[in-house]
Design a binder for this molecule. Structure first.
Ligand SMILES: [Zn+2]
Length: 201
């Protein structure tokens, strides 16, 4: 009798947990919340660059302090113009950027490789950049939620597993990116565990 009752307790709990997790991630909801280039005042580029095969999800920080009250669309317009005129890149270097309120902005198309000043090849990497300097600032819950949602969207869209989630400094030697206060969330498996709880491998 004891043996029986423990089984009947375990099964309903498992079902409840898996149902609530499955309901958490709605790719279309994340997708529809992304602020497109047209909405932040960017100039979308038409390009015939070969699409790359997405294999990694890689986290960055902006590397400069970004105030809670800063105008993210204005920052992005400047970044796009700087990328094109000063760096001769086709667009902003990242695929997605996240502001202090956790809003997600579209950078360059995720289907084409990003750009970098550092010594790694960003081909195959989905580049997510949290605006701010996380050598100094701490990421806030809205930013951590946005990173999680975006990583889940990438994993869903490109059929990736959580073991390809990493940070810029895992690939390049000459950077501290994404900063000593954001990197531990990669190191201790915070994002991986949240994706796993949503059902990703
Ligand atoms: Zn970086």
């Amino acid at each position: 009798m004891n043996h029986h009752s423990s089984i009947t307790l375990i099964i309903p709990l498992f079902l409840i947990l898996s149902c609530s997790h499955a309901a958490e991630f709605k790719p279309e909801l994340v997708e529809s919340g992304i602020i497109l280039q047209e909405e932040w005042g960017g100039e979308r580029i038409q390009t015939d660059i070969e699409p790359h095969e997405l294999r990694y999800i890689t986290l960055h920080h902006g590397g400069v302090t970004f105030a809670d009250t800063a105008d993210a669309p204005a920052y992005l317009r400047n970044l796009q113009s700087w990328s094109r005129t000063d760096r001769d890149w086709i667009d902003v270097p990242y695929h997605y950027l996240i502001d202090p309120q956790g809003r997600i902005y579209e950078g360059r198309s995720v289907l084409i490789p990003g750009d970098t000043n550092t010594d790694y090849d960003p081909t195959g990497h989905a580049l997510i950049c949290v605006l701010g300097n996380f050598e100094l600032a701490e990421p806030n819950p809205a930013q951590l939620d946005a990173v999680t949602s975006l990583m889940a969207l990438m994993a869903h869209r490109f059929n990736l597993t959580t073991d390809v989630i990493g940070g810029h400094k895992d690939y390049a030697t000459n950077t501290v990116c994404p900063g000593e206060n954001l990197y531990p969330y990669l190191e201790d498996g915070y994002f991986r565990d949240r994706l796993k709880a949503m059902g990703f491998d």
